[in-house]
Design a protein around this ligand. Structure first.
Ligand SMILES: [Zn+2]
Length: 313
């Protein structure tokens, strides 16, 4: 029988947890975050020294691997961070702060804080343009929750989609990757610059028949669409014309948001999107298992802390 992943020492022992994180963030040995020194960093011993503390003999300052990462200024033990990262990375629908609070035995406030920072580490910067080399990109939008920043304008409450959060997603069929973002509205003039910034002009775009996509043929190599309004999900004359891949992505996202993250405000939605994009882009079908996914997440913890500041509740 294979050994349980949960029995790994880095989930239980603080030294092992630090060593595990250091091996990923400093693959070539410790780097001083104060002066960038790599040559003269030595572990600090002594009973009163915190685990994982090094001293840089270039600038004479102490440091740990937490500086400049999502772990900075957190008093939560590293082994619990690793447990939380594994749980969030391995659950297809995500995991609520409440569940994290109960499973890890930490306060709800700590659980909430950790899950937001971990989500920040899942944010993928600078992904290559979708559909490069003439690939196919499916584009669709979905509505989620209630956008309280939108005031109903003479319109009866609950009618239409105006008061809902609007999410635009793209899926590159060749790479199997998704990218999602919150948009203010679904006007062609709003969506086109976003699509142009994220999709190669040589790409073939697939959408449904919605009016905002009608002119895409002018801006990309090709545009195919299916008429969902009349029950067409795959074009009869060309079976490659469909948006089934992105529908599949949305169904995972919606089940996760409904089941786990019931109360998601407009300003947090981009973080949840980053989380669902991340898991989808590192899913088993693309050859990434749970442990590898947690590892990839862990490598994303650096350089994210400064963008985190707006998550205070
Ligand atoms: Zn230094």
């Amino acid at each position: 029988m294979a050994e349980s992943i949960l029995s790994a020492p880095y989930f239980h022992n603080e030294e092992a947890a630090y060593a595990f994180v250091e091996a990923r963030i400093w693959p070539h040995g410790p780097v001083c975050p104060h002066c960038g020194g790599v040559e003269r960093n030595r572990p600090m011993g002594g009973k009163s020294t915190r685990i994982g503390t090094y001293k840089c003999y270039d600038c004479r300052k102490p440091f740990t691997v937490k500086i400049g990462t999502i772990f900075e200024k957190s008093h939560i033990p590293m082994r619990l961070w690793l447990q939380a990262i594994f749980l969030i990375a391995s659950n297809k629908k995500g995991i609520s702060s409440n569940q994290l609070h109960r499973t890890l035995g930490i306060t709800l406030k700590s659980a909430w804080f950790m899950s937001h920072r971990i989500r920040e580490a899942m944010r993928e910067g600078n992904l290559p343009t979708f559909g490069s080399g003439g690939g196919t990109v499916e584009v669709d939008e979905t509505f989620i929750g209630h956008d309280k920043t939108v005031k109903p304008k003479g319109q009866k409450k609950g009618r239409g989609y105006n008061h809902k959060n609007k999410v635009l997603s793209l899926v590159d069929r060749s790479t199997g990757r998704a990218r999602s973002m919150v948009v203010d509205n679904l006007k062609a003039s709003t969506l086109l610059p976003i699509l142009q910034a994220n999709i190669d002009r040589e790409a073939r775009i697939m959408t449904d028949e919605a009016g905002q996509y009608v002119h895409l043929r002018l801006h990309f190599r090709d545009h195919g669409f299916v008429r969902h309004g009349v029950g067409e999900y795959v074009s009869q004359e060309d079976k490659s014309k469909h948006t089934n891949t992105i529908e599949g992505f949305f169904s995972i996202f919606k089940r996760g948001m409904k089941g786990v993250y019931q109360h998601c405000g407009h300003h947090h939605l981009n973080r949840y999107l980053a989380e669902f994009d991340f898991r989808y882009n590192n899913r088993l079908a693309l050859g990434v298992n749970d442990t590898e996914r947690a590892d990839i997440l862990l490598r994303g913890v650096t350089g994210k802390r400064l963008t985190y500041q707006t998550t205070a509740r």
